[in-house]
Design a protein around this ligand. Structure first.
Ligand SMILES: Cc1ncc(COP(=O)(O)O)c(C=O)c1O
Length: 488
């Protein structure tokens, strides 16, 4: 591609993207097309034999995507935990791909490696732990937690495990986590050979925090049975309701029993930047490792996760290897860092750039304002639901609110009532997810099927929330009528 062509179609693409950002709130949140209809739109052409003009390709790819996508940057998108992407991150990805450093080895990415090191240091500073924490950027929350899990095992398991493998360990290595922990923990236990029975899902109390008395008792029971506890996970913002565990007590238990203390802060830990929320996060400085996801509450485009480790040597002990065909110096020799020695990846992209640039463009105080606004909007959602006669507000923590639709003429009590409400709210969720007016997801709270909204979105306004309350209630009335008609 010539310089002139690159410039021409590059400018056109930027114009198209700018226009998309400008009108995103007027578009449906998601396409209403079925997978079969999408396949038809895409067509079933076979692999092109000869090349096609780049201008035409980019123009049709833009149209395909802008007309047939789910937009998590839409102001009425509140599903799962996927944020609006900061435009500077979009440009950063273009720049990163242009230089295309391989941030696995320092020699292959001289400045990019320094930028990733600084990004990690700033992320540690951002959440208020020592900037001496080291770490690595990864693709997201699962990978950040996996990386920490493996480092914990190296640090706490019997030393021969690296050579002899898990099957030769005399004791079962046990992990502890609250019942509310994201599914990554199950995946880690299965993939890394511990087995899902090695995970102790500790019950949560009435506020949805891990019951730390049960945690301690379970550790004692396992020790008495000859197992080897090695890691406790505390959650800083659970995926369903946003609750932060009592991290200080978990830290103390880990100290008593010499266990690795990991915090899954993939979603919620950036809220530690807010002075009035510091109390919630007391104990994070004690963590041996922390997972946090810039692609959640730091508004980075996918993919960007981060593992922070108090003593980064545990990462090197876990992941470093030195084949003869790598002639370069080891990490820390002469100040160099090779990120392939810090995690599962070998060749690595420059995902740090988008995080590093956004941290500077927005700044600590800018993030404090944006994150606080998301929390206030979530509180507003909860309050409006609480006031509405056909909605029941259930929980509100950080920027997650849960609620359910309750028809006015429904019987007051009884098992049947609860079963009907679960069916009704599930049907409402499915309708709303496919309808394109707004997008939310679900949570099960105390066996109640709830509509769940998570706001990690700098485009959302109070007006969006007010409109969404009306959309939910309207869908609730329609679906209730339909279901009642079916039952009659
Ligand atoms: C608390 C928590 N941990 C881990 C994850 C997994 O993150 P990812 O989807 O980026 O792998 C999530 C995702 O929502 C989460 O909320």
């Amino acid at each position: 591609m010539s310089k002139a062509e690159f410039q021409k179609i590059g400018y056109e693409l930027i114009d198209t993207i700018s226009e998309f950002f400008d009108v995103i709130s007027e578009k449906p949140v998601t396409t209403t097309k079925s997978p079969a209809e999408l396949q038809k739109t895409l067509g079933n052409a076979s692999l092109p034999e000869n090349g096609l003009p780049a201008e035409q390709l980019l123009s049709s790819a833009s149209k395909l995507l802008f007309d047939n996508s789910l937009f998590n940057g839409h102001p009425k998108f509140f599903g799962f935990i996927t944020s609006s992407a900061a435009p500077i991150g979009v440009l950063a990805d273009l720049l990163a791909a242009s230089v295309n450093p391989n941030v696995g080895g320092q020699i292959l990415s001289p400045m990019a490696t320094e930028i990733e090191k600084q990004t990690i240091q700033w992320l540690a500073e951002f959440i208020g732990v020592s900037p001496d924490y080291g770490g690595v950027l990864v693709s997201g929350g699962n990978m950040a937690n996996f990386t920490a899990f493996l480092a914990a095992r190296t640090a706490k398991a019997p030393k021969n495990i690296k050579e002899d493998g898990l099957s030769n360990a005399s004791n079962q290595l046990i992990t502890y986590c609250p019942k509310s922990t994201h599914t990554w923990i199950d995946k880690a236990a299965i993939l890394f050979g511990h087995g899902s029975n090695s995970v102790r899902w500790i019950p949560t109390d009435e506020s949805n925090k891990m019951d730390n008395a049960i945690l301690e008792q379970t550790i004692k029971d396992d020790l008495a049975q000859g197992h080897q506890p090695f890691m406790v996970v505390g959650t800083a913002g659970d995926v369903s309701t946003g609750v932060v565990d009592d991290l200080e007590t978990i830290a103390a238990i880990c100290k008593t029993y010499d266990l690795w203390f990991h915090i899954d802060g993939a979603y919620g830990i950036p809220a530690a930047v807010i002075p009035e929320l510091k109390e919630l996060f007391v104990g994070i400085k004690e963590a041996d490792s922390i997972a946090l996801d810039p692609h959640k509450w730091l508004y980075s485009p996918l993919e960007a996760g981060c593992t922070l480790v108090k003593n980064p040597k545990h990462l090197i002990d876990t992941f470093s290897s030195h084949p003869e065909y790598y002639n370069f110096s080891l990490t820390e020799e002469g100040g160099s860092v090779n990120f392939f020695e810090y995690g599962l990846q070998n060749s690595r992209g420059f995902r740090a750039l988008k995080v590093w640039l956004a941290l500077q463009q927005i700044g600590r105080s800018g993030y404090e304002k944006l994150i606080r606004e998301d929390i206030e909007l979530s509180e507003y959602f909860y309050q409006l639901a609480d006031k509405h006669s056909e909605l029941q507000a259930i929980t509100q923590n950080l920027s997650i609110a849960t609620m359910r639709y309750i028809p006015q003429d429904l019987a007051e009590k009884g098992e049947e009532r609860e079963a009907y409400l679960n069916t009704l709210n599930e049907a409402i969720l499915n309708e709303l997810q496919g309808g394109g007016q707004m997008f939310l997801s679900n949570a099960i709270v105390a066996e109640r099927y709830c509509l769940r909204t998570c706001i990690v979105n700098f485009r959302t306004t109070e007006k969006d929330i007010e409109e969404c309350i009306e959309i939910i209630v309207h869908a609730g009335r329609e679906i209730n009528k339909k279901l009642q008609g079916q039952l009659a």
